[in-house]
Ligand binder design. Structure first.
Ligand SMILES: Cc1ncc(COP(=O)(O)O)c(C=O)c1O
Length: 382
């Protein structure tokens, strides 16, 4: 039966994360899911209902409706000293499809794509599905989970086509500062490598504003999404920004895979971008409170070491207990706490756990009580 399935698909494994959910009971604390616990702003929900009622239910332009491309260009204009317009924008079906369109447009014949390890789980498989090879660069606790420039440089070969950067990062929550971004840009420009900048958490930073790759290079494909900023993961809407020559090519893949992104959702997304932004700030402040609380609780547990994440909504502590991260997270799931083993994000994630603090403070507190109790019973490594 599976003999008919293409080899490239048979070679792909589904992510093991779901196993944790199977072990959990209905009143478990869920700190495993990378999605906001908020609902989208109510005026944006109204705009969606209006769009459907008013008949915006037909195909629209492949690259997205002009109002949304224009509004998104305005939103990110600050990163480019004004040098970005609707012609630089492609509206996508979430950042996920935008990333896939990039891979399919640029990667071929064993091209290498540098991806973070640990990193968001779709980068590697998407490169492989497009005929490329994913090469991991390390993000380590010791290095603050930002790329090590020497290592990055050592991984570059004549086949390196793109490097994927993610700030703020999933699963680490780490953010890159201007100097770190400039250092990556320098080597990418030197070797003519495209930077894919996944900045879907740009609105969720805690210690100062967001630093964007767009600010520092022209050879960047900037990836963003409405999923996290407006808590609409299920709406499946995102945007790419890059030079027009790239958009003209990306558009071909886009047309042949999705025809266009969903029309009524785009109408509502215009309202999200152009309406009041206090919602985003309220959400960010709430995450900041949770971050301080969860990092404090984790670091109070003997054997745990958690860096304070600069953005997103993930804590990614390492632990010194004598147990593998997969086994520890299964044990926690059985005791009522769902989190994600670090190795689900790549080999360098071993010995870490990812906690998504997109849950209420009460639930986070209950979860941390479980973590504390379970880990007390496990000896530390000698
Ligand atoms: C770093 C990162 N990039 C992209 C995505 C996908 O976002 P979207 O819902 O827009 O497809 C996620 C979702 O968790 C993510 O964490």
């Amino acid at each position: 039966m599976t003999g008919k399935v293409a080899q490239r698909i048979r070679n792909l494994e589904m992510s093991g994360i779901r196993k944790m959910f199977d072990l959990a009971s209905s009143n478990s604390v869920n700190l495993g899911l990378g999605e906001p616990d908020f609902q989208p702003p109510s005026h944006v929900v109204e705009a969606l209902v209006d769009a459907v009622r008013c008949g915006h239910n037909k195909y629209a332009a492949t690259l997205g409706i002009m109002e949304l491309r224009d509004a998104f260009a305005k939103q990110i204009r600050g990163y480019r000293n004004g040098d970005v317009a609707a012609e630089n924008i492609m509206v996508t079906v979430g950042a996920s499809q935008g990333l896939m369109a990039i891979n399919q447009t640029f990667v071929e014949g064993g091209d290498e794509v540098l991806v973070p390890n640990p990193g968001f789980v779709i980068y590697g498989p998407q490169a492989r599905l497009s005929g490329g090879r994913a090469v991991g660069y390390s993000l380590t606790h010791e290095n603050g989970f930002v790329p090590d420039i020497d290592e990055l440089q050592s991984l570059i070969t004549p086949k390196t086509k793109m490097m994927v950067m993610n700030t703020p990062g999933n699963p680490t929550g780490a953010t890159m500062n201007r100097e770190q971004i400039k250092a990556v840009v320098e080597i990418a420009e030197d070797k003519d490598i495209i930077i894919v900048a996944d900045e879907v958490y740009d609105a969720i930073t805690y210690d100062g504003g967001h630093n964007s790759f767009l600010q520092h290079s022209d050879n960047v494909i900037y990836v963003n999404s409405f999923s996290k900023t407006y808590a609409m993961t299920g709406w499946r809407l995102g945007c790419l920004a890059t030079k027009k020559e790239y958009i003209d090519q990306l558009m071909k893949v886009h047309y042949y895979t999705v025809a266009c992104p969903p029309t009524p959702l785009q109408k509502a997304a215009v309202v999200a971008l152009t309406g009041p932004q206090d919602y985003v700030e309220t959400m960010r402040k709430e995450y900041a409170k949770r971050r301080d609380y969860i990092v404090g609780r984790i670091n109070d547990i003997e054997g745990f070491d958690c860096l304070k994440p600069g953005g997103a909504f993930y804590a990614f502590p390492k632990f010194d207990h004598d147990i593998e991260d997969v086994e520890l997270s299964m044990r926690l799931a059985k005791e009522g706490l769902i989190c994600t083993p670090g190795s689900a994000f790549g080999s360098m994630g071993r010995g870490h756990l990812r906690f998504a603090y997109s849950a209420s403070l009460d639930n986070i507190a209950r979860g941390m009580d479980i973590l504390e109790r379970v880990c007390k019973e496990i000896p530390l490594r000698k």
